[in-house]
Design a protein around this ligand. Structure first.
Ligand code: AMP
Length: 545
């Protein structure tokens, strides 16, 4: 027997209609590429998203056609999120930090029909456009009078001229909630990138899950700043969660330095922000260096790579800001888990609470997780036993765009996505990542977590960044070394740093060497690129080997 409730499809347009109707005057503030601050409301967002949707109809785009974006976080990018998806097309966010050849590969693989870009990226578009035959319309996200006369790009239009004459009376169509809404490629550190194709259903459910109190905990009382770029897994779904909750949104635009982010946070009363650890490193550097305080920020979501415990502690103890340590992947929309305390932890001393907060946290309802051993058997939730992390749920990937399914089937017929991460899960369900499986260091048959080694170095006051990798060793197979970047003006010797490890980890896990470097190579989403670091250190020889 079926239930007898209305069968409304879960569509992104539903989120926008809600925001317009119930939070019409809710503010959306953007620092523009032009440098000024732009303000408007959810009502304006909805009106202009409808104009964009009508424009796509006029341009003859079919359902499922891809509209690519190459843009910073801002209101026009937000309109693309809603106007493109709401009208049944697919918004494909491109990462401008990728190598141009990789961008060309992705655009051709996705067969993007339209590409909308911020003027910052005009030189990049000029370099690649001739190699992207599927793109019929190039749209510069600017006013008509800002369009360069001799760009060399055929059919280049300004976004404002493009949507300006279209009707804002467009009515959002209803269609199957399993239709594609968004496309995002993995960063492809090994091999070609792979596309994760989100559906309306997965996007809306992910937004509901993300808004939960034990996830991002957003509400209409918040002023939220997604520092995480809208080209990094849909800014972790925050634009959709924003519409669902009606929170104020503050977009940092292209100004991603500590000073600009801090000033915008203070000016717009930001209460919640989200980004990768390297961004917060910069922000903390600015705030501490200038003896500033956060007057409104009360929590920040940090994820994308492991957040050093020292950072979580500093935010809490120096600034009264709670860090929500989150884990996720392109293939998981991305939110998988967030670390928040349970009721029974509230009376625990600070150190014990910190030990929980540094983990990647508990699964959000909608994501089921488990760890398995080499034999494929599930491992115990004891907080010690490592295993390959697998997840499943309505916003987890089924198969790659034009590609294969990565899923594995267990003895109950359940299909799991193998994340490639190695983790423990404790009895309370807190998951902790020890490594990407390819970064795990095996010394004498025992595993050493590179994240643990990095976290200790990061707690040293002179260290700005640390990356731990394994080096071949004749006796132990591999031994860890730690490559570190010193904070400007700070001094620490190899011996001092190695001594700093004493008592903080088992003796055999202490790195064999410290290598001082000017910078750790970072990938397109701000994560440490250990493959590149290994290449840079290919002639390095362990002193102990
Ligand atoms: P991407 O799909 O490019 O966002 O990368 C996903 C990968 O980033 C995950 O599989 C993890 O290896 C890593 N990652 C994401 N969040 C965290 C976190 N909080 N701690 C450690 N690693 C993380």
């Amino acid at each position: 027997m079926l239930g007898q409730m209305q069968n409304h499809p879960l569509l992104t347009s539903m989120l926008l209609e809600f925001a317009e109707r119930h939070h019409g005057d809710g503010e959306i503030v953007s620092r523009r590429v032009e440098g000024d601050i732009h303000r408007y409301t959810y009502r304006d967002l909805a009106r202009r998203s409808r104009q964009l949707a009508a424009t796509l109809d006029k341009a003859g785009l079919q359902q499922g056609d891809r509209v690519a974006t190459l843009a910073w976080n801002g209101y026009r990018h937000l309109e693309l999120y809603f106007g493109v998806t709401g009208s049944g097309r697919v918004v494909h966010t491109l990462n401008p930090r990728l190598h141009p050849e990789q961008l060309v590969w992705i655009i051709n693989h996705a067969e993007d029909a339209v590409l909308c870009f911020d003027m910052t990226f005009l030189p990049l578009i000029q370099a690649v456009h001739a190699k992207c035959p599927s793109v019929k319309t190039w749209v510069a996200l600017c006013e008509a009078d800002k369009l360069p006369a001799d760009s060399g790009i055929p059919q280049l239009v300004s976004y404002e001229a493009w949507i300006g004459t279209s009707t804002d009376q467009y009515v959002w169509p209803k269609f199957d909630e399993n239709s594609a809404a968004g496309l995002c490629y993995t960063s492809g550190t090994t091999g070609n990138p792979k596309g994760a194709l989100y559906s309306h259903r997965s996007t809306v459910l992910h937004a509901y899950g993300g808004a939960l109190p034990d996830a991002l905990n957003l509400s209409a009382r918040d002023s939220m700043m997604p520092v995480v770029p809208m080209f990094h897994v849909n800014a972790w779904g925050l634009p959709y969660v924003a519409a669902l909750t009606g929170c104020k949104v503050v977009f940092p635009g292209p100004a991603m330095d500590g000073k600009s982010i801090y000033e915008l946070m203070e000016a717009e009363g930001v209460s919640m922000a989200a980004g990768v650890p390297t961004i917060w490193q910069m922000l903390l550097g600015h705030v501490q260096g200038n003896k500033l305080k956060f007057s409104t920020l009360n929590r920040t979501v940090i994820g994308g790579s492991a957040c050093p415990p020292a950072m979580i502690d500093t935010f809490r103890e120096e600034f009264g800001v709670d860090v929500l340590h989150a884990w996720g992947m392109t293939e998981t929309s991305p939110l998988g888990s967030v670390s928040t305390l349970k009721n029974k932890h509230l009376k625990q001393p600070r150190e014990q609470q910190l030990a929980i907060r540094v983990k990647q946290g508990r699964a959000i309802c909608g994501v089921d997780m488990r760890i398995v051993g080499d034999d494929g058997n599930e491992q115990p939730w004891d907080g010690k036993t490592f295993g390959d992390l697998q997840v499943r749920g309505p916003w987890i990937i089924e198969s790659y765009f034009k590609g294969e399914t990565p899923l594995v089937t267990d003895e109950h017929g359940h299909r799991w996505f193998p994340t490639g991460d190695v983790a423990t899960i404790d009895a309370d369900g807190y998951m902790q990542i020890t490594d990407r499986s390819k970064d795990v260091i095996k010394s004498g048959g025992e595993w050493i977590s590179s994240i643990d080694i990095e976290n200790i170095a990061m707690a040293h006051p002179a260290i700005a960044m640390a990356a731990c990798i394994g080096m071949p060793h004749p006796k132990w197979d591999e031994r860890p070394i730690v490559a570190v970047v010193r904070k400007p003006g700070a001094e620490v010797t190899r011996e001092e740093l190695l001594a700093f490890y004493e008592g903080k980890t088992a003796k055999w896990q202490i790195p064999d060497d410290v290598v001082f470097v000017d910078a750790i190579p970072l990938g397109a989403t701000g994560k440490m690129l250990k493959t590149r670091l290994r290449e840079l250190l290919k002639d390095y020889k362990l002193p102990t080997a």
